[in-house]
Design a protein around this ligand. Structure first.
Ligand SMILES: Nc1ncnc2c1ncn2[C@@H]1O[C@H](COP(=O)(O)OP(=O)(O)OP(=O)(O)O)[C@@H](O)[C@H]1O
Length: 246
């Protein structure tokens, strides 16, 4: 394995909550410049994987290595400063602030001065075509715009790796296309992406490599076509009474 191109990896990570095994011996690697999709039915362990990688939770066993450094026990805010940012499935913008100021807050959280944070926010607003909503109250934007703000907030930290948690869920196909174009452009800006997604057409349109989790374990890894059609992957979704629609 080409270790020098591996930006982030988990090594035999397990996470147990009392009787529940949320992650079981999961070893995952994220290569420099890729967009890796993580799929799996409800309860497969996807969010737990993100929590362990981003520092919201410690694994019961195993380790997380980022740029060659063991960050398993490092606090989330230090990981952010090292270049590991995430979006949240449940977005909680500061509703009393404008969209723009929410992005500034994200940038200051990554350690920038106010002045540099504003310059970063200006860049992100341009990058994600958010000019029309920048001065609106974050409490007055719609769900699609809120997704974009969540992405903007994560990017404001200028991360090396960005973890996207279901940013395409609930979007119409045209809205997916619009946001997907921005996600596809991230590697050319030096940003590597790992994304959890139930929206399989969205994954197919942005990632070359997909990894399927079921009951906390990695069951398949490969191209979207190979993984989506794999019988074990299909049956893991059917077992949960939901089919990977693609
Ligand atoms: N804090 C917790 N306490 C107890 N059990 C938990 C906790 N967090 C997750 N679990 C359990 O761990 C398992 C994996 O949950 P997780 O949220 O990681 O799955 P997921 O793949 O993200 O699901 P979804 O697609 O529904 O978001 C589930 O059985 C869940 O109930």
């Amino acid at each position: 394995m080409a270790e020098e191109t591996t930006l982030l990896r988990t090594s035999s990570v397990s996470k147990r909550f009392r009787g529940v095994v949320a992650l079981s011996d999961a070893s995952i690697r994220l290569e420099q410049g890729e967009i890796l999709g993580i799929i799996g039915p409800n309860g497969a362990g996807k969010t737990t994987l993100f929590n362990v990688i981003a520092g919201a939770m410690r694994p019961s066993s195993g380790s997380v290595i980022f740029r060659g450094r063991d960050i398993t026990r490092m606090a989330a805010d230090r990981r952010l400063r090292l270049g590991l940012a995430r979006t949240f499935q449940l977005m909680k913008p500061f509703v009393s602030l404008t969209v723009y100021d929410n992005i500034v807050v994200g940038a200051t959280g990554s350690g920038l001065s106010k002045r540099r944070a504003r310059a970063r926010a200006d860049e992100i607003v341009d990058l994600l075509d958010m000019g029309r909503i920048a001065s609106r109250s974050a409490g007055a934007i719609n769900a699609v715009q809120a997704k974009r703000l969540e992405l903007a907030r994560a990017l404001s930290a200028q991360p090396v790796v960005v973890l996207l948690d279901e940013i395409f869920s609930g979007l119409r196909p045209d809205e997916v296309d619009d946001l997907a174009a921005h996600v596809r452009a991230l590697p050319s800006r030096g940003q590597t992406v790992m994304m959890i997604e139930h929206n399989l057409p969205a994954i197919r349109s942005v990632s070359e490599r997909v990894l399927a989790l079921s009951a906390g374990a990695v069951i398949r890894e490969g191209s979207p076509a190979d993984v989506f059609d794999d019988p074990e992957v299909v049956s893991s979704y059917l077992g949960k009474r939901s089919r990977p629609a693609h």
